[in-house]
Design a protein around this ligand. Structure first.
Ligand code: HEM
Length: 129
């Protein structure tokens, strides 16, 4: 009885399909969703530190201000922008628009370009003020 399941065919997975822009952006949407969950923990940690007193807040501010901290924060900003734009794409589909194959491909290609540009603009503005 145990051998019956051993001979069953496996369903095709990622390595079987040719990656296309819409597929890649779908995967990136899920990855950025996961990254946002981690980023939210960092945000909560920072807020807790702010409520805990100056020494702890100074320490976490120093940590997030290091090169590694800044790279993590930049990645968090990008994940938020990319996921938000991807989410808006989903809302458009939910309302029954934008299903044309060529249009979805164009949007999938534009998404990383727009999200990176927006993230850079946010950081330029953020560092300037
Ligand atoms: C900290 C904030 C957020 C977190 C932690 C988060 C997390 C996630 C995760 C983990 C997924 C993947 C679910 C799955 O594939 O099973 C997801 C999907 C989704 N998110 Fe977010 N998200 C956040 C913010 C947003 C925002 C701001 C928007 C819209 C502007 C949005 C719109 C969506 C949509 C539409 C999906 C479903 C995509 C699909 O059906 O494939 N999310 N989110």
């Amino acid at each position: 009885m145990a051998n019956v399941t051993n001979k069953r065919p496996l369903s095709p997975h990622l390595q079987i399909y040719k990656p296309i822009p819409t597929m890649v952006m779908s995967i990136v949407h899920r990855i950025t969703g996961g990254a946002l969950a981690v980023g939210t923990i960092i945000l909560a940690w920072w807020l807790i530190a702010a409520a805990s007193g100056k020494p702890y807040f100074d320490w976490i501010s120093w940590l997030l201000g290091t090169w590694i901290g800044l790279i993590v924060l930049f990645g968090y900003t990008w994940a938020l922008v990319h996921h938000m734009l991807g989410g808006m794409r989903h809302f458009m589909w939910d309302m029954g628009h934008g299903f044309d194959k060529h249009f979805t491909t164009k949007m999938a290609i534009a998404l990383p370009v727009v999200s990176i540009c927006l993230t850079v603009v946010i950081w330029i503005v953020g560092l300037a003020i």
